[in-house]
Design a protein around this ligand. Sequence first.
Ligand code: NAP
Length: 475
Amino acid sequence: MATTASEKKLLIGGDWIETGDWLEVRSPYSGDVVGRVAKAGTAEARRAVDAAEAAMQEPLPAHKRAEILVRVAGALGRRHEDAAQTISAEAGKPLKAARVEASRAMSTFTFAAVEARTLAGEMVPMDASQAGAGKLAFTLRRPIGIVGAISPFNFPLNLVAHKIAPALAAGCAVVLKPASQTPFSALLLAELMTEAGLPPGWLNVLVGPASEIGDVLVEDERVRAITFTGSGDVGWKLAERAPRKRVKLELGNATPVIVEPDAALEDVATRLAANAFSFAGQSCISVQRIYVHRDAYDDLLGRFVPKVQALVVGDPADETTDVGPLIDGDARDRVLAWIGEARAAGADILTGGDLDGELLRPTVIANAAPDLKVSCEEVFGPVCTLTRYETLDEAIELANGTRYGLQAGIFTRDLKTALAAAQRLDFGGVTVNEAPTFRADQMPYGGVKDSGNTREGPAYAVRELTEEHLVVIEL
Ligand code: NAP
């Protein structure tokens, strides 16, 4: 297995520092050491906030911010394979998927550069009221201040890009805490940003105990916003603990998709097989719950299950692998327990449900009751359910029957059905004739209900990280 065994320091105030303490990162596939990284704690977190504060004393003009972002996008293009190998080694993500992620990170930086150049306030129509007549008013968009960014393991490059690129576009300095299991992709981005000319302190990267670093980000009043992607348990607690900060949350989902009888079933089966199991289901919008109209159920099942069985399970460094490992043994044991719960409750395991060596095989479950964990909680593993429905109303009710609301999908050729479902599905986004796993990086992406409280995508994130500042002029 190819790895990028390496030793990395932390970036604080433009310096690459050691702390005397190291955190070892192991491959989720082989258990081999991928590398080690200097471990930060409370003291380094405070230093990082000091450095960010000092950086923001000298604002970077928009054109400079845009130039840096464009240069990073270019560098990501040149280092594309390196970035993909790093993602694959530390996250256990199959290379095919890691390459897609590396390309998407270029796109994220490119869109953020556009935002840096175009971010502007707006004119206020003052003569629309008697009180305003004779005055001119407009708003400026000012950076909110220091941004604390916390990112998860599953997209260790592109989700870090979605934190740091819009923040820089907005004119904010960042203190970033990537997931401890996958720090190398974030540190690679930090290297590229430094090489692109980012002055000291604008990006600081801390790897280490989440609670220590998180506490500093929550408690230090100079950190004005926290942008968090990860699990709901952690995210909502951060929001509760920091009521005076802007805490922006991108959380989980239990992604549903509805298949109407008029859908192109061969195409549906192909898309769903790929999108329920890519990165072993460890995407926040991995297809999890498939609701199929009774008239299409047997046909879809006959097409879908063989495609799932044909997925190649194995070493993420192998070019042909579709499904690799879960991030660690605890995650694998949890998913196996949830499959066991479904089996014990009388659900049918149509394929998978067991291990291939150390890896969990792609698993399709039929007749799972709605209150089982696989039906209403986020599995975050290579598991999906197939459920038969009678009417569209019933399908929408089942799809909405979760505390989550990130993305959902429907397959149908009928425009009226598609639009009705798009309006009634209680999710931040709805895809039609595409798997709900789809995301392009300029989209306003984010959830309702327990799935979060924000929209990411550079154009939207930049607005979250700036404040409107009003200027009124007497004419
Ligand atoms: P996680 O356990 O919540 O970790 C996410 C980040 O939070 C990591 O950097 C983690 O650090 C940090 N963290 C943990 N406890 C903390 C605390 N007390 N204070 C501050 N930071 C803390 O989530 P994960 O397992 O990495 O990611 C999976 C979850 O992310 C899933 O629920 C998935 O759906 C969600 N997700 C959502 C989106 C979206 O855009 N909506 C995208 C991807 C993933 P350590 O690594 O050091 O523990």
